[in-house]
Write a protein that binds this ligand. Structure first.
Ligand code: NAD
Length: 308
């Protein structure tokens, strides 16, 4: 396949090298020409503008800092749209705005050019080694057609839904990650201030169910996603007791616990619904109500498949 790649930074540099390694013809562009040097030495061609990249390629990939750059490169002067003709495909790998990519897709469709959003997760090491999750939004038939290009950059390429869906999934993923980072910082500082050495503390948490990632591997699929809270695998009253004890310790040692206190209030509100003996994940239903009666449920068979 003739592939174009624009944005050869920490992520794009590694991904573009893997596109080349998979045997595709590659045309590249970046603001910093030096970022292209290793690719040009391995057979890639240089283009002076995004429009020239698009003219030379069946599929154009971009990996840019954010919405401002994506909009400029896609729609601006000498941009991807300007150099594209009907039947080509533009795929944005950046973490960017779902609303923007939906609007870009409309502009491109007017010229017969398909658009996918396909943000990635796995960091620069994953970009270099090809171990990336690629979350793809857009037309499924277009996705199937260009999958070989995406398989060159990631080992977990999945179709999420219509254009914008990949970006939504990626933003939710990162928001979860940084929410977790905040509570991890709270609990590590409290644990150390209360007298445990950082190394054994970190190791203990890593070895526990949280550290092993069991929430996503089986707890959420079996409880919250399945709507299954009875019988409990860990009762709400016990979870409430544990977080209460952690916050007592925080008061004793003078460590502020912003997210810990929010978690405690959530569990308290759930207790007041009469849910003490249900599974503790039942507390997640409170947010479903506040979000406007959104229900996050998965059919049993699909939840079982997720658990794999
Ligand atoms: P980066 O800043 O290292 O790379 C961005 C590249 O885009 C640079 O080479 C820059 O010169 C180029 N660029 C910027 N504006 C340009 C323009 N107008 N024309 C041409 N080239 C332009 O950023 P990164 O870490 O590679 O991240 C790229 C995207 O991937 C971001 O959206 C980021 O959120 C996402 N992402 C990053 C990571 C990570 O761990 N770094 C992980 C997953 C996703």
């Amino acid at each position: 396949m003739n592939i174009g790649f624009i944005g050869l930074g920490n992520m794009g540099g590694g991904m573009a090298a893997n596109v080349l390694r998979a045997g595709h013809d590659l045309t590249v562009h970046d603001l910093r020409r030096e970022a292209a040097t290793p690719l040009l030495e391995n057979g890639a061609s240089w283009a002076d503008t995004p429009a020239e990249v698009a003219a030379a390629s069946e599929v154009v990939l971009t990996s840019l800092p954010g919405p401002r750059e994506v909009e400029a490169i896609a729609l601006g002067d000498s941009g991807v749209l300007e150099g594209s003709t009907s039947g080509k495909v533009y795929i944005d790998l950046s973490t960017s705005s779902p609303t923007l990519i939906r609007s870009i897709a409309e502009d491109f469709a007017a010229k017969g050019v398909s658009v996918l959003d396909a943000p990635v997760s796995g960091g620069p090491v994953g970009a270099r080694t090809g171990r990336l999750a690629v979350m793809v939004g857009g037309d499924r038939e277009v996705y199937e057609r260009v999958k070989p290009a995406l398989d060159a950059i990631g080992d977990k390429v999945s179709y999420i839904g219509p254009v914008g869906s990949g970006s939504i999934a990626k933003l939710m993923h990162n928001c979860i990650g940084y929410g977790l980072q905040t509570i991890v910082a709270e609990c590590l500082t409290l644990g150390v201030k209360a007298g445990v050495d950082p190394e054994p503390l970190f190791e203990a948490i890593s070895n526990g169910s949280v550290g092993r990632g069991s929430s996503f591997a089986n707890t959420y699929p079996n409880t919250f996603l399945a709507g299954n809270f009875d019988p409990p695998s860990f009762a709400l009253r016990l979870a409430h007791k544990d977080v209460s004890l952690a916050l007592e310790l925080a008061r004793e040692y003078g460590v502020p616990m912003s997210v810990g206190n929010i978690a405690h209030q959530e569990l308290t509100s759930a207790l007041n619904r009469g849910w003490a003996d249900l599974d503790s994940r039942v507390a997640m239903k409170l947010q479903e109500e506040r979000a406007g009666n959104v229900e996050v449920r998965i059919e049993k068979a699909d939840a079982d498949a997720l658990e794999a």
